[in-house]
Design a binder for this molecule. Sequence first.
Ligand code: FES
Length: 195
Amino acid sequence: MAGSEALAQGGGVEGAHRTDGHPEASRRDFLKILTLATGAVAVGAIAWPFIDALNPTRDSLSLAKPIVNIGGIAENTALRFVWLDQPIYIRKLTAKQIADNQFIVPSTLPDPANYTDRVKPGYETFVVVVGLNTGIQCELEGNDPSDSRGPFDGWLCPCDGSVYDPLGRLRSGPALKNLAIPRFTFLNDTQIQFG
Ligand code: FES
């Protein structure tokens, strides 16, 4: 007795394919797919709020990558703000400070660095540093012209005697490194974005 006949009579032969388009099997397949699809959608609907909660909010994104307006910074002063729990100084240099520091031979410095290593091309009048003494990690003095700045008109730790120039390069004292430079980009002449 041929296979299809056996099936037609409800015998059922192992591994045989129904070529007669029997509705039972296709309905079962359809129901299986439908069940799987519905399950997937349900899991997705339940999981999405948790996944979405992992996305940084707009507020946390703006904290992580703040935009700072530098348009109001007067020459010879520095703006101070806190980013990632660190004091950041944005200083506007005077022509004299640029002239005094532009051609210092790096090898004469405790932590050699060129002028161009400390400023961004096209924005050479601005210096952006982390305002922490690289020795004892204290916050430095020198943002305001009336502060004690040391012999190089930069920043100073009057306690341990570490002295930095207006580019944040170490000039003398127990510290070993220049002031750190955070990650930032000039968006335009009056805005800097950090991060
Ligand atoms: S410890 Fe640096 S300012 Fe006092």
